[in-house]
Ligand binder design. Structure first.
Ligand SMILES: Cc1ncc(COP(=O)(O)O)c(C=O)c1O
Length: 412
């Protein structure tokens, strides 16, 4: 009997099933992967190489002239990283993904590649505090000016645009306030004013929001969060057109913010269960938000899936689900009351970050804003009694019981 080998390498991101494009879960399992892998293994090998060899000088020249996709030197890429990039691009619906060693490496890499001295960028002001810090303290040293306008105030953003403006930046949802940006309006503003747009969709993921469907130019994720999903790796990714990301990839090769092969494999493995995890994160986030909203010790809950959220209608239009991040404020105003709730939890773990299978809890005032003055915290909308929850994938009944007990302990 003849042994038939199928050596043809299939990039699953192009698979057509019944002439329909594959769904997100199929892409997260198969997208970007070769059908036939080394040693006939079903799974990818981790390629531990800092450098790659050539057969002879002709092969080196051929590689350079033909811009072949193969290894040269580890700082410029590795096979595991390229596989994950293709998978992520397929899931996001973009031509290209450029993977970095962390979300911040992705953001700083994109901004450094795209901006020149004298350029200006405009941020909606509810954003990850390190992104704000990088722009205010570091980009400024290279002559790039950052403006911040109130989140969702499109008139203020348009008013701040001038001929030097190169990029409009926002998160959606924002962290930790869970505000939602009208992506249609955001993309339209950029197009009208001839300025590119960037959405950090870390909290939404491609399961809940697809910014490119609205015409956003760049999507960024801290893949440390839901994409990796297991609190065991750092990674970041910028997605967009191949043309617009060529300069980002080039600069990454110089600045060296590439992820290791081991890390890329972990990310690829985590992505296989992405859709299942996201469904549970969404369910748990909503269940917790609904529970907190009715609790007598709770003053306010920020969660776009609640009908009481001021942008619930917009969120329902833009998002498939609302994610696992839930922020709330206690009726008790002292920071020590919130600390008692955090400390009393037995299932939730006290830690920064979000998007992993383990549920986390933290007090933003203590975890991220402790060294700021009361005025600065007020400006950034971080009250002392605010608590942020990152719902994992445990049973929602256990998470709710844990919170119920912790809220009771605070009142005792
Ligand atoms: C919305 C958002 N963007 C970017 C980042 C930075 O990602 P990383 O920690 O992977 O550098 C974070 C980290 O918390 C974040 O919450």
């Amino acid at each position: 009997m003849a042994i038939v080998t199928r050596e043809k390498q299939v990039n699953s991101s192009t698979i057509q099933i019944n002439k329909q494009p594959p769904g997100l879960s199929t892409l997260s399992v198969h997208g970007g992967e070769l059908r036939q892998k080394a040693s006939h293994a079903l799974t990818d090998s981790i390629v531990c190489a800092s450098t790659y060899s050539f057969e002879n000088t002709d092969a080196v020249i051929e590689y350079i002239v033909q811009k072949q996709e193969r290894g040269e030197y580890g700082r410029y890429g590795n096979p595991n990283e390229r596989t994950v990039e293709k998978k992520l691009a397929a899931m996001e619906g973009t031509e290209r993904a450029v993977l970095f060693a962390s979300g911040m490496a992705a953001l700083t890499g994109l901004l450094m590649a795209k901006l020149n001295a004298g350029d200006e960028i405009i941020f909606f002001d509810e954003c990850y505090h390190r992104s704000r810090e990088f722009c205010a303290r570091d980009l400024a040293r290279f002559g790039v000016v950052t403006h911040q306008v109130k989140t969702g105030d499109f008139a203020a953003m348009e008013g701040a645009i001038n001929e030097r403006t190169k990029l409009l930046v926002s998160e959606s949802p924002t962290n930790p306030h869970l505000s939602i940006i009208d992506l249609e309006q955001f993309a339209a503003l950029g197009k009208r004013c001839n300025v590119e747009t960037l959405i950090d969709a870390t909290l939404a993921t491609p399961f809940n929001i697809r910014p490119v469907d609205y015409g956003i130019n760049y999507v960024l994720h801290s893949a440390t969060k839901y994409l990796g999903g297991h609190n065991d790796l750092l990674a970041g990714v910028v997605l967009g057109s191949a043309e617009s990301l060529a300069s980002v990839e080039r600069l990454r090769g110089i600045m060296g913010g590439i992820n290791s092969a081991h890390n890329c494999y972990l990310l690829q493995r985590g992505l296989k269960t992405f859709q299942l995890r996201m469904q549970r994160h969404n369910e748990n986030g909503l269940a917790i938000a609904k529970f907190l909203e009715t609790h007598p010790a709770v003053e306010h809950v920020y969660y776009p899936g609640l009908a009481s959220h001021p942008q619930h209608e917009l969120a329902s239009r833009m998002m498939k689900g609302f994610g696992g991040l839930v922020t709330f404020e206690l009726k008790a105003k002292e920071w020590t009351a919130a600390a008692r709730v955090v400390d009393a939890c037995r299932v939730f773990r006290i830690a920064p970050s979000l998007g992993g299978v383990e549920s986390l809890i933290e007090q933003p005032f203590v975890m991220s804003y402790f060294n700021l003055t009361a005025d600065e915290r007020k400006k950034f909308g971080i009250p002392d009694n605010m608590i942020r929850i990152a719902a994992g994938i445990e049973d929602s009944a256990d998470l709710i019981t844990d919170l119920e007990d912790a809220l009771e302990a605070q009142r005792a």
